[in-house]
Design a protein around this ligand. Structure first.
Ligand code: ADP
Ligand code: MG
Length: 627
């Protein structure tokens, strides 16, 4: 747990010490950035007054990309190079996102080494890189609005995000040049925005219906500490499903049969979304649809009818609500407040169904689109040290964490829904006589067998003293920090040897990869440096090539046997070849090889040079002391 800073009584940070901290809601459909300015937390609009940034990136060509509204439009014309819902790919393997691939229209490739990548006009991109482009855009907006360098950011993630997904989010932030103050759960941020953390105690439900995902979380506040009691949701339920319901109805109305034609479908979906949003403030709306037979269909849709169409989607969202209450062990009467989050929760039908289900009117004063970003900004302000009197947030682990034991089974060390930060330890022993190493396989998930859980990391504890099976005592400690990231340590108790890993999830990036990507991303400076280093190497290659060629012409035949001569010639030719290409390492290797094979030759030439210089002279002329 991080230590909280405490200032002297009466001395809070003065204005010039105010650090610029931001809160980011990195959503599947839309993202926002907020900050606390003059004591008020609010989201920041772009230059056109839009607060929402569609989480869409369009790669135009190798150098240019567009993020947000422009990219959303490009999705119609160039779906292959436009990526939406990248959040669903974060920290996921190719197999895990298989379902997404068919839907997206992008070309996603399986890379055996680490993360799956999307082929684009700007080369292949990982989810982390795409996400970091969205974060960069928000960072630019914040820097322009606030007029200074940012101290750091709080980024929100769904409460159910596992280690790999959280790590991937952190990596994307680092790549975007943002310092992460903390990752916090989206529902927690929403509760903070409503100031629920200021209450003495209570149990709150956060109902979040987004574009393509539904999450419900139950938070408990006690003595100034927030705890997430349970989370549930549906990763394939949201406003997009409402759009599909509307389209299905309209297709029947207008008699279109060719509904799967891709361009038509994309246009129709975009239109359904506009119709739905439009009906929030209008009683009815006129609709014109260009059919695949070239004819135009005109019609109307009323709000009333639309609400009937989308009602099944809302009904479906109540199931996870039941599940979360059951997991948290609470009754409807225990609930002190319900917070509404996400675009679709502006709709009357959603508000009605939710109030009916829980038996109380939900909180909707803060714009449900912005509430998460606002809460994140409040936390960022506190973590940056601009406020001294605020709450410490506690979240829970979304899934159980454990170890592989004999027989391909999983022993759980930290159970699901444990309050974090948390540390738990368990002792294990060796299986064979004289066993000196033990392989530690860290897994996440609720199932009993390794094959059914998600592998997070593998490492080895070596140097266990050879004892009879069952005599060695190995203590394995799992520690989850305030960001929800896992550290595992294994200690052999009789000898004290220890190994620890910060779990780098299988589908995240290694530190090395991040570093090299960071280097790439400081792009032009980096390019220049690399180009210069290459040029220097080429110059050196040319110099050596010339020198060795001249030496061979002069003394090669005199001093070298045939095989050495041909060996040197081979190396020389190789250097000549690679020096014209742009592979710095290959040039370096060729230089080193040539240097090596010509060492003897160089020594012999030196001797020869000396004897030539000496010829016709007496050695005593050189060794005689001056008079
Ligand atoms: P996410 O959290 O997944 O990024 P949002 O909370 O931004 O998503 O929700 C996006 C969804 O909200 C979209 O389906 C969009 O159509 C819907 N939405 C936005 N405004 C309205 C509105 N006025 N009426 C109905 N739905 C809306
Ligand atoms: Mg959201």
């Amino acid at each position: 747990m991080a230590l909280l800073q405490i200032s002297e009584p009466g001395k809070s940070t003065s204005p010039h010490e105010h650090r610029l901290a931001i809160g980011i809601d990195l959503g599947t459909t839309n993202s926002l950035v907020a900050s606390v300015r003059s004591g008020i937390a609010d989201t920041m609009p772009d230059e056109n007054g839009n607060h929402l940034l569609p989480s869409v990136v369009h790669y135009v060509d190798e150098k240019n990309s567009i993020v947000g509204h422009g990219a959303l439009q490009a999705a119609q014309m160039d779906p292959v190079n436009t990526i939406s819902s990248v959040k669903r790919m974060m920290g996921r393997s190719f197999a895990e996102i298989n379902g997404e691939i068919n839907r997206s229209g992008n070309k996603i490739i399986d890379t055996e080494a680490s993360v799956p990548r999307v082929e684009t006009a700007a080369g292949s991109k990982s989810a982390i890189e795409i996400s970091s482009d969205i974060l960069k855009s928000l960072r630019d907006r914040a820097e322009k609005t606030l007029g200074g360098e940012l101290f750091g950011a709080v980024i929100t993630v769904p409460a159910y995000f596992d280690d790999a997904q959280r790590q991937a989010t952190k990596d994307a932030a680092r790549l975007a040049g943002l310092r992460i103050l903390r990752l916090i759960n989206e529902p927690t941020a929403a509760a903070v925005a409503y100031g629920l953390d200021k209450k003495a105690k209570g149990t709150f439900v956060i109902y979040d219906l987004g574009g393509g995902t539904m999450d419900v979380s139950i938070l408990k506040l006690n003595k100034g500490i927030f705890e997430v009691l349970a989370t549930a949701g549906d990763t394939a339920l949201g406003g997009d499903d409402m759009d599909h319901e509307i389209i299905d109805y309209l297709m029947a109305e207008c008699g279109e049969e060719n509904t799967d034609e891709p361009v038509f479908k994309r246009n129709a979906l975009m239109q359904a979304r506009n119709i739905k949003e439009n009906l929030l403030t209008n009683e009815k709306t006129d609709i014109k649809l260009l059919l695949t037979n070239g004819k135009e269909w005109s019609g109307q849709l009323t709000r009333e009818k639309m609400q009937v169409l989308v009602a099944p989607v809302v009904e479906k969202s109540l199931k996870p609500c039941k599940r979360a209450m059951r997991d948290a062990g609470i009754k409807k009467s225990d609930i002190d407040g319900i917070v509404m989050v996400g675009g679709p929760t502006r709709m009357q039908i959603v508000r009605e169904k939710v109030s009916e289900f829980f038996g109380q009117t939900p909180l909707t004063d803060i714009d449900p689109d912005r509430v998460v970003a606002v809460g994140a900004a409040l936390q960022a302000d506190m973590l940056a040290g601009n406020k001294n009197n605020d709450v410490l947030l506690l979240d829970v682990t979304p899934l159980s964490l454990g170890l592989e034991i004999m027989g391909g089974m999983v022993e759980k060390i930290i159970p699901r829904n444990a309050t974090i930060p948390v540390a738990r330890a368990q002792e294990f022993t060796t299986f064979k006589d004289g066993q000196t190493a033990m392989s530690i396989h860290v897994l996440q998930g609720e199932r009993e067998m390794v094959a059914d859980c998600r592998s997070l990391a593998k490492f080895e504890l070596k140097g266990i003293p050879p004892l009879v099976a069952g005599a060695a005592r190995i203590r394995v400690t799992f520690q989850v920090d305030a960001d929800g990231l896992l550290n595992v340590a294994a200690t052999e108790l009789t000898s004290g040897i220890e190994t620890r890993v910060e779990v780098i999830p299988s589908y995240g990036l290694t530190d090395g990869e991040i570093e090299s990507m960071l280097k790439d991303s400081i792009s032009h400076a980096g390019d220049d440096m690399a180009a210069r280093a290459l040029r220097e190497q080429q110059v050196e290659a040319d110099r050596l090539f010339q020198a060795v060629s001249a030496a061979l012409a002069r003394d090669g035949e005199t001093l070298l046997n045939e095989s050495t001569l041909s060996e040197i010639n081979d190396c020389l030719n190789r250097l000549g070849e690679v020096s014209r290409k742009n592979d710095r390492n290959a040039i370096k290797t060729a230089i080193e090889k040539l240097d090596k094979v010509t060492q003897d030759f160089a020594a012999k030439r030196m001797d020869l040079g000396v004897s030539r210089a000496l010829s016709g002279h007496n050695i005593n002329e050189f060794t005689k002391e001056p008079d």
